[in-house]
Design a protein around this ligand. Sequence first.
Ligand code: HH2
Length: 274
Amino acid sequence: MSSYSLMGVVNVTPDSFSDGGEFIAPSAAVARCRALVDEGADIVDLGAESTRPGAEPVGELEELRRLEPVLAALAAEPPGARISIDTAKASVASAAIAAGAEIVNDVTALRGDEAMAGIVAETGVDVCLMHMLGEPRTMQLEPRYEDVVADVKAFLEERLEFACSQGIAQERIWLDPGIGFGKTTAHNLELLRRLGELAALGRPLVIGTSRKSFLGRIAAQARGSDEPLPASERLPGTIATCVIALERGAEVFRVHDVRAVGDALAVAAASLRG
Ligand code: HH2
């Protein structure tokens, strides 16, 4: 991996928190993948089940129905970036890998489907293991930690060990603190501030702050307003947090706005290098 990678988000969903419904038509999703690659995405992360707070789970058949035409079109004409599949279901990961996906982004960190670890091990793809407290439907109801960074670190360490015990090569594993997944604004900020403690685990760190609601809450507060900024106005906060995360060792940036974040990270990286 170069010093960092840009992972562009493509949500083939009717209900994602920032772009739900925009890319549910297969042609729109495929066009979005190609546009994000033009913007500089090294990876496109395709997902067909929203994990926003309060989201209801999507069945396997529906998830496959949304993804299959998109995967087929990308297999017929590869987009020029690695394809990642954002799913917790082994059957969906398997279909995506058969169509050319090289990364499994599992927000349950191999806890959602007991067949997932085996699929990842057998196929030798990369896998992102993310921390989440609880499940999307309920995760924002008063999340509590002893010490959020220590708790997330212990979880990721345990999941890393589990993945290796299932035959997944350590070099294939990426880790993600799961910004916004069962976390308050204070938890998210502390994870960002102390990200170096997670980088010490020695595996590439993925960070996903893009357009998340805590950014809208902080910016609104600074303006003296109680009304959080909408997702469409959270790009400045996304950039600020990505730059901080880069400085603290993150390597993969999962974002909706690839061009803008890419430009910001290029300048930040050049400054950090001196
Ligand atoms: N965040 C979301 C989804 N998948 N995967 C990783 N590894 N890290 C994240 O932070 C992460 C993720 C939520 O964002 P989005 O896909 O835009 O929304 P939704 O879940 O509503 O589709």
